[in-house]
Design a protein around this ligand. Structure first.
Ligand SMILES: [Cu+2]
Length: 175
């Protein structure tokens, strides 16, 4: 499993952004117990935006664990969301935690699971980082820094804005 994790880390690091900021970081960016956290990122928000999304890769080196909470001073609260597409319609639902099975890797990425920053207190500015604390079910927590990429950054062509959250039922404070 560690070979797979290393290969994944190498692939993730083979981007201009990662190379520029961490030319020799072949290992995980962060660690909390059995879980490696690699390449966290978010994207800049447009003026007036109230939400943002954070992505990263979570890898279990040994036993399973669950990401059960996250918080950051830049947002009122952080929710876990899962984006899916059903019949061509993007849907979003809240989940209670992000489970990482033993030896498994879970990619939080545009179009899938992500951390949703709710009630942003200020715009997310490209080139800066935001602090984020991740807490896992087995009791470990870790403080990470999340780089802010460009407004249009995303692995999916339609992921440049959080517009798909507008159709999410029961979301307070959405504009
Ligand atoms: Cu979301």
């Amino acid at each position: 499993m560690s070979n797979r994790a290393l290969i994944l880390a190498a692939l993730l690091l083979a981007t201009p952004v990662a190379l520029a900021h961490a030319p020799m970081a072949m290992a995980a960016d962060y660690r909390a117990g059995a879980i490696e956290i690699t390449e966290p990122w978010t994207r800049a928000t447009a003026p007036g935006a109230t939400v943002g999304a954070v992505y990263m890769t979570l890898t279990s080196l040994t036993w399973a664990d669950d990401l059960i909470s996250a918080e950051t001073p830049v947002a009122g609260k952080v929710e876990f969301h899962n984006a899916t597409e059903e019949g061509g319609v993007a849907k979003m639902r809240m989940v209670d935690q992000v489970a990482i099975k033993a030896g498994d890797t879970v990619a939080l990425a545009p179009g899938g699971i992500h951390l949703m920053l709710m009630s942003l207190k200020a715009p997310l500015v490209e080139g800066k980082t935001i602090p984020l604390t991740l807490t896992f079910k087995r009791g470990r927590s870790v403080d990470i820094k999340v780089p802010v990429r460009a407004l249009g950054a995303g692995a999916e062509g339609n992921a440049a804005s959080p517009m798909d959250h507008g159709s999410m039922p029961g979301m307070p404070g959405m504009n």
